[in-house]
Structure formats: C-alpha cells, structure tokens
Design a protein around this ligand. Structure first.
Ligand code: ADP
Ligand code: MG
Length: 300
C-alpha cells in the first residue's frame, strides 16, 4: 500500500477505536489465517467473581477468608481481586469487627499458579493444583471432586492451603464477552480459524472454548509457552494474529505477525501489541483485519 493509503487507513481505524501502530501491522493483517485468543480478559469479561466457597478444615469461613485475603492482597491478578472482594462482602454480612486484615510476609507470586505468603505464623498458599503440587500439598478426593465439578461449569477453582493442608476452596466464574461467539463464527466465515491459549486449566479452558465455538485449545501454558505456540503456527507458514490483555500475553503479542491488545488490558500488553482495540470489543478484531484487506486490495 502507498504511504497515503496507510495513513488514510490508520486514520479510519483510529476513528473506529482501532489504534494501528505503524504500517507494518496494517500490511500484514490481511494475510492472517489464524487468530489466537487469550482466555481471561480477552474472550471473557475478565472480572471474575467468587460464586462458591467450601471448607475442608476446622477453620471458620471468616478465618479462612481472612487468610486468603491476606495472601492475595498484594496480587494484581483478577482472581486475587475476586477473592479479596468476596471476603470483604462476607465480613460486611457478618458484621465482623476485624477492621483490617493481617498483612502477609514473604509474599511471592507464582506466575500461572498463584501466590504464597506467611500470615501470622501460618504459611498460606492460594492458587491452583499446580501450586499445591509444587509445595507437596496433597489434594484429596473431596477437593478433587469440588474442583472437577466446578471446572465442568467453566469455573476456575482457587485452592487455599494453610500449613500444608488444603483448608478450603473458592470457585470463580468469569463470563464470556457477549460478542465472543459471533466474532469466532464471523472469522470462520472469512476463512480464519480461531485458537485459544490460556494459563488456566484444561477443563475450564475447554468449557469456555465450547461456549464461544473454538475447537483448538492450549491450556496450562506459561507466557513463553504462549509465544512458542505462535511460533509453531508460523513455522507451518501461517500468518498469525494474537489477541491478549495481560502481562502474560506480551511475549505472544510480540511474537505474532499482528499483536492485538485489548484496550482495557495492562500497559505491558498494549506496548507489546501492534494494534490496540480501544473499545475492548472483540468485533474490532474483524474491523482491523477488514481494514487491512480493504487497504491492501484497494477496495473502497
Ligand atoms: P490466563 O492465561 O488465563 O490469563 P494466568 O496465566 O494469569 O491465566 O493464570 C493461570 C492460572 O493460575 C489461573 O487460572 C489461576 O488458577 C492461577 N493463578 C494465577 N494467579 C493467581 C492468584 N493470584 N490467585 C489465585 N490463582 C492464581
Ligand atoms: Mg488474560
């Protein structure tokens, strides 16, 4: 495309909430055959909520929630926010006098797994089964049952271990965006296939993929695993777009031929991307590709 055509298209994109950084992305987007979507915050709304909580120990629900909150308080992860919010509501409901929650010491983030810290004299882990495994915390059949039942319902489970035992768990739900399914089917009609990559577990990922009509899923992938998936597809000769919102998506956004960041996403993702979807609406994945096609084929 001529510099003028690129400039016109960039301006047109901007007026529709599709921020295109430079001509390269615009010139590549029309060739995209595969769109790789992150799950949390990209296909889903990204504001998870706790919908169930169970105890597997002698702790009271309040004590349990307070310890989980202390461990999650310093985490930026949306799941952490859901846990903290749930505990806050619980305290209000039961008129707790505990004005503020203890702070966790030795707080650590385990990317793609959860967090850990010391609350008082207790070691608290909050995260998925992988985190429990890493700390040799046994996951009994009652816990397994709770987890698998909730994962079938497209929920993510958050296990809380206190001093080496699973003390309880939360189930978190994060609904898919209303436009997600239609965008996947529209892309399909354009000859473009959709794939999901996520750090979340296989069962939850599969349930969400089914809801939006995605057939190919890669779950339990870390940030570099996501980027590797992009590179594998490229090695097969495909032009690949990646759509993501998180810090954990930035290596994949950078690796993709066309990286698209959700406007409401993290700054790191926005920086790593070639295109920013300002309205955070997935329909603009189509808008961007369409704009590129029209520019490259000089259709008006
Ligand atoms: P995604 O790729 O879906 O955005 P992440 O890589 O951020 O997911 O996280 C993967 C999984 O790790 C989450 O689904 C959750 O099970 C667990 N996890 C990560 N951070 C936390 C946290 N702060 N609290 C609880 N669980 C967490
Ligand atoms: Mg995400």
């Amino acid at each position: 495309a001529t510099p003028t055509a690129v400039m016109v298209a960039t301006g047109k994109g901007a007026s529709q909430g599709v921020l295109i950084k430079g001509g390269n992305a615009l010139e590549k987007a029309h060739k995209v055959k595969t769109v790789v979507f992150d799950k949390t915050g990209t296909l889903t709304i990204g504001k998870p909520k706790v919908v169930s909580a169970v105890l597997f120990s002698h702790f009271s629900m309040e004590e349990f929630c307070d310890m989980a909150t202390a461990a999650e308080a310093n985490s930026e992860h949306p799941i952490a926010k859901a846990v903290v919010e749930h505990a806050k509501k619980l305290r209000q409901k039961f008129g707790s006098h505990a004005e503020h929650i203890a702070e966790a010491k030795d707080f650590e983030v385990h990317t793609g797994a959860g967090v850990s810290g010391k609350v008082g004299d207790k070691i608290v882990l909050v995260g998925n089964k992988r985190l429990m495994r890493a700390y040799d915390v046994p996951v009994g059949p009652d816990v397994e049952k709770y987890v698998s039942e909730n994962e079938q319902l497209a929920r993510t489970c958050v296990l809380v271990a206190i001093d080496g035992k699973v003390a309880g768990a939360f189930a978190v739900t994060d609904p898919v965006k209303p436009e997600a399914q239609i965008v996947v089917s529209f892309l399909h009609s354009m000859g473009i296939s959709s794939i999901m990559v996520t750090g979340d577990n296989w069962a939850t990922a599969a349930a969400i993929a089914k809801e939006v009509g995605i057939k190919k899923v890669f779950a339990e992938t870390d940030p570099f695993g996501k980027a590797d998936k992009i590179k594998e597809l490229q090695l097969k000769g495909m032009t690949v777009a990646m759509v993501g919102d998180g810090i954990n998506d930035s290596p994949a956004l950078a690796a993709a031929d066309v990286g698209m960041a959700i406007g409401a996403g993290t700054d790191v993702a926005i920086e790593a991307a070639d295109i920013v979807l300002i309205k955070s609406n997935l329909e603009d994945v189509v808008t961007a590709i369409d704009l590129s096609r029209k520019t490259m084929y000089r259709i008006r």
